[in-house]
Design a binder for this molecule. Structure first.
Ligand code: 5CA
Ligand code: ZN
Length: 414
C-alpha cells in the first residue's frame, strides 16, 4: 500500500543520546538499536472505523522512537501493517451492508490523512494483510510441514492451528500465567472452545473458507489468514529475525505479540523475533476506556474537522508518559493548546536564554524510555524564561524550534 507523505526532519545541533526503552519481555528499561540501522515494526489499524485518539497515541509514541533513533544518526526501517481482512472488519461491513474492501480502503485513506496531519513519519513499508496473503501462505505451509501447526479435526472446516508449545518458550513475551493467558485469549479474538483444536490456547493460522466470507485459493486450500501470523510474515520478510522493536498498544501484549513471536520463532528456529516488545498505555475518555460498545470514541478526523490544531492533539497525547493508561479530557486539550501557544510565542522572540542545556535535557529525558513529561517541563521552563525577557542568545529560539520539530514532531513556526 501507499504510505502517507513524509515531512522533513531537521538536524538538531548538540549531542544525541542513545535510546533506552522498557521491554515487556524482560520487564526492564534496556538500551535499543545497537547498530547503524534499526528495524521498527508497529502493529497497524484494522480499518473498519476512523482513527481514534488511542490509535493516534500509539503511533505518536513510536514516532518518537523513530525520531530519537534518527537523531542518533541511525537509519530506521519502519514497517506497519493494515489488517484489511479480519473478523471485526467483515462484521462491520456486514452490519452496514457495505463491501468490506470499500470499507477498508476508505478507512485506510482516512488514517493516512490523520497520520499526515499529526506529522507522524511514514513507514517505509505499509503492508495490507490482503497483499501479504502469499507471504502468510508460505509461513503456514512451512509450519505445517515442520509439525508446528496442524489441521483442526473438522472435515467441513479444516482450519489450521499453531501448536503454542512448538517453541518451548511460550509466554516469554507477555510473562503471563496460564490462567491470565486463557482469559485474555478468549477476550481478544481467540477461540478457546473451538472443537477440533488440540489445546484451547492454540491460535488460528489459516481459516478455511466459510460461505459468504472472502477467501483465497492457495496451496493450503481455500481460506484466509489468521491475525497473528499476518504480523509475523510481514515483519519477518522485511526486517528479518531479531529486529529492534515490535510495538503496539498494551492490548496486544497477549495473545497477539506472544503468537507473532512464537510463529516466527517456530518457523526459523531462531530467537528472538524482536529484541524489544514495547507497549503503550490505553487512552480513555474522561476516565472511561474508549470503546466502540460505550460509543465514546474521539476521532482524530472529527477534531480536525472541528478546527482543532493537530499540534495540540500531539502535545496532549504525549503530555503524560506513554506507558500510563490515561484519559482524553477537554482540560488536557486546553492545556496542550496553551502550551503550544507559549512555545510558539517563545520561539518567535528575537532572543532567549542559551538553548544548549535545554536541548541536552530534552534529549536525556526522551532517551530515558521517552520521558515526555520531563522533556515538556524542560521546554516549559525555557519558554517561561524567554517570555520573561531572560537571556540574549539570538540563536536560542531557532535552536529550540528545530529541536521541537525534529525530536517531538511539532513545527512551532508554521
Ligand atoms: N490491526 C491490529 C494490530 S495488527 C489492531 O490491533 N488494530 S486496531 O485498529 O485495533 O489498533 C491499532 C493500534 O492502536 C494497535 O497498536 C492497538 O494496540 C492500538 N490501540 C487500540 N486502542 C487503543 C487505545 N485505546 N489506546 C492506545 N492504543 C490503542
Ligand atoms: Zn499486529
Amino acid at each position: 500500500m501507499q504510505p502517507w507523505a513524509t515531512t522533513p526532519v531537521p538536524r538538531t545541533p548538540g549531542t544525541p543520546r542513545p535510546l533506552r526503552l522498557f521491554d515487556t519481555a524482560s520487564q526492564e528499561v534496556r538500551p535499543t538499536a545497537p547498530g547503524r540501522t534499526a528495524g521498527l515494526y508497529v502493529c497497524g489499524i484494522t480499518p473498519y472505523d476512523a482513527t481514534h485518539l488511542g490509535h493516534a497515541a500509539t503511533y505518536l509514541t513510536f514516532d518518537l522512537v523513530n525520531r530519537v533513533w534518527r537523531d542518533n544518526g541511525i537509519d530506521v526501517t519502519y514497517v506497519q501493517n493494515v489488517t484489511d481482512v479480519d473478523d471485526p472488519l467483515l462484521e462491520r461491513a456486514e452490519r452496514d451492508g457495505e463491501d468490506w474492501v470499500v470499507l477498508g480502503l476508505r478507512e485506510t485513506a482516512l488514517f493516512r490523512e490523520d497520520m499526515e496531519a499529526l506529522r507522524v513519519l511514514p513507514p517505509a513499508h505499509f503492508v495490507g494483510a490482503v497483499e501479504a496473503v502469499p507471504e502468510v501462505v508460505e509461513v503456514v505451509a512451512k509450519l505445517l510441514a515442520d509439525g508446528a501447526a496442524y489441521r483442526a479435526d473438522d472435515p467441513e472446516y479444516p482450519d489450521i492451528y499453531f501448536d503454542h508449545l512448538a517453541t518451548g518458550r511460550f509466554g516469554y513475551e507477555s510473562n503471563y500465567d496460564e490462567v491470565t493467558m486463557g482469559t485474555l485469549f478468549a477476550e481478544r479474538g481467540g477461540d478457546p472452545d473451538r472443537p477440533g483444536k488440540r489445546h484451547p490456547l492454540d491460535a488460528l493460522l489459516w481459516r478455511a473458507a466459510r460461505p459468504g466470507e472472502p477467501a483465497w485459493d492457495t496451496e493450503l486450500g481455500r481460506g484466509r489468514p489468521g491475525w497473528h501470523v499476518e504480523c509475523s510474515a510481514i515483519a519477518l520478510n522485511r526486517l528479518g529475525m531479531g529486529f529492534d522493536v515490535q510495538g503496539g498498544g498494551s492490548d496486544l501484549v497477549f495473545p497477539h505479540h506472544e503468537f507473532s513471536a512464537a510463529h516466527a520463532e517456530a518457523l526459523t528456529g531462531e530467537h528472538p523475533f524482536a529484541r524489544h516488545y514495547c507497549h503503550t498505555g490505553m487512552i480513555g475518555l474522561d476516565g472511561e476506556k474508549m470503546s466502540k460498545s460505550k460509543g465514546n470514541l474521539v476521532f482524530v478526523s472529527r477534531l480536525r474537522a472541528d478546527g482543532v490544531d493537530s499540534r495540540a492533539v500531539r502535545l496532549a497525547l504525549l503530555a503524560e508518559h506513554y506507558r500510563s493508561d490515561r484519559s482524553w479530557t477537554a482540560d488536557l486539550l486546553a492545556e496542550a493548546e496553551a502550551r503550544l501557544d507559549r512555545w510558539r510565542r517563545a520561539v518567535a522572540l528575537d532572543a532567549g536564554p542559551g538553548a544548549g542545556d535545554t536541548l541536552d535535557r530534552v534529549r536525556t529525558y526522551l532517551s530515558d524510555d521517552l520521558d515526555t513529561p520531563a522533556a515538556f517541563a524542560a521546554l516549559d521552563s525555557w519558554a517561561a524564561e524567554a517570555a520573561a525577557g531572560a537571556g540574549d542568545d539570538r540563536d536560542a529560539p531557532g535552536l529550540v524550534a528545530t529541536a521541537v520539530d525534529a525530536l517531538l514532531g511539532v513545527d512551532l513556526r508554521a
